[in-house]
Design a binder for this molecule. Structure first.
Ligand SMILES: [Zn+2]
Length: 421
């Protein structure tokens, strides 16, 4: 039986597996590599490569099982500290795709947000995985919140899993930008920029990120129309980013205008300044990813406030249900078509027994026709509904000769003033 480690700090909310292992190792005066080699068997070189962070991506199940035994942290919680633990909501799968290009097509092109499907060119992106670097050597982002870093008690600060992905821009606790940092295997080393300080993120960014954090934490997201599953939110966001990064030449005039307004609001050049051939978001430099996320946040805000109209299949989720006032103490809205249908059924029932009602009904239904053929067709319909033949004038001419009111709206109305003499 595996021995339980005597002392261990618990994982913090949203923390990445390597970050927690790094804090654990520090308690024992070890490096993460030593902690894993001495306690969790002999992992391959890839697992301990701090550039690829394979431990945060998809660690072998045996590593997680031994860790669960050593620390008492449930296996499910440990899996949730890795990207593999977010499958299939954040990423469809980490396995290779059965059909080349299928993953991108399914995740990004199945739905639309701002644009219509016709305004978006199809793309072939083989081997693509949502939010993960297309170049495996590129490694994850290293970002952290300056306020969290400077105010955390000793030994408690770590990288979150989400801060490694180009999925959010801000800290959920302080609302400031995540800033680039240097770090080894899960451990914060230093800020990339020497004078890094907390910078407030725009409100629209904070709102968008709050939803993403809610998705990861609870599995659902509250949108203006209704709550949706986390999987819908991640795809909505990635689809919107794709719409904003495509060439504007394919857009209709109204969409072109919306896209220009969005980029102006975000304070960045259209398409984050890209003029080169199209590349998937995951392969773009960090600065362009940040601009696209800010533009996505601006788009969501402009759609929600009604300043930009979205035309995609998911657009309705982003606007509130239309206002339907219910007056105090008065009956709800009348359903006029239902009332008309009810009145017609009553008229048919009367006409089955009352010749005068039958003549009135036929006159009403044929009031707008001068065609004998149409008159006969409607007459036949009434006979089929059980109104006796001899209750009805045999021809249009005879109906007129009997001077039955041509407009017999009073069948459908209580208002006697509508009767024609
Ligand atoms: Zn923070």
């Amino acid at each position: 039986m595996t021995a339980r480690w005597p002392l261990h700090p618990p994982p913090s909310e949203g923390e990445a597996l390597t970050s927690w292992l790094s804090r654990l190792a520090e308690v024992y005066g070890l490096s993460v590599e030593e902690l894993i080699r001495h306690n969790l068997g002999s992992p391959g070189r890839d697992l301990l490569d701090h550039r690829t962070s394979a431990l945060d991506l998809n660690p072998p199940s045996v590593v997680l099982s031994v860790l669960a035994e050593r620390t008492g942290v449930p296996l499910d919680q440990l899996r949730h500290m890795t990207i593999a633990g977010q499958v299939p909501w954040l990423v469809d799968t980490l396995d290779s795709e059965p059909v080349s290009g299928e993953a991108f097509d399914t995740y990004v092109h199945q739905d639309s947000v701002l644009l219509t499907a016709k305004e978006r060119p199809g793309r072939q992106v083989p081997g693509w995985r949502a939010w993960l670097p297309t170049d495996p050597k590129r490694g994850p982002l290293r970002r952290a919140c300056p306020t969290c870093q400077s105010t955390s008690a000793a030994g408690t600060f770590g990288f979150t899993l989400i801060s490694q992905l180009p999925l959010t821009l801000s800290c959920p606790h302080h609302g400031c930008y995540l800033e680039p940092a240097f770090g080894g295997l899960g451990a914060f080393a230093a800020w990339e920029e020497q004078d890094t300080r907390a910078r407030a993120a725009p409100a629209a960014v904070f709102v968008m990120d709050a939803r993403t954090h809610q998705a990861l934490r609870t599995g659902t997201v509250t949108l203006p129309r209704r709550s949706v599953h986390a999987g819908v939110w991640f795809r909505l966001l990635r689809t919107l980013i794709d719409e904003l990064s495509g060439p504007v030449s394919a857009l209709r005039t109204r969409s072109h205008r919306s896209v220009r307004r969005i980029w102006h609001t975000a304070g960045h050049p259209i398409r984050a300044g890209m003029v080169a051939p199209w590349h998937p978001y995951e392969s773009l430099p960090r600065a362009r990813q940040q601009m696209l996320l800010e533009a996505a946040a601006a788009t969501l805000d402009l759609i929600e406030t009604g300043e930009v109209i979205a035309h995609g299949t998911l657009a309705s989720l982003l606007t509130p249900e239309p206002h339907r006032p219910v007056p105090d103490g008065t009956p709800p809205d009348r359903h006029y078509w239902q009332e008309a249908e009810d009145a017609l059924n009553t008229a048919i029932a009367l006409a089955q027994h009352d010749p005068a009602a039958a003549r009135q009904l036929l006159a009403t239904l044929t009031a707008l026709t001068r065609s004998e053929a149409t008159f006969q067709r409607i007459r036949d319909d009434l006979i089929a509904l059980g109104i006796p033949d001899d209750h009805l004038p045999p021809t249009l001419a005879e109906q007129r000769a009997r001077q039955i009111p041509a407009n017999a709206c009073h069948i459908l109305s209580d208002d006697p003033s509508q009767d024609i003499e």
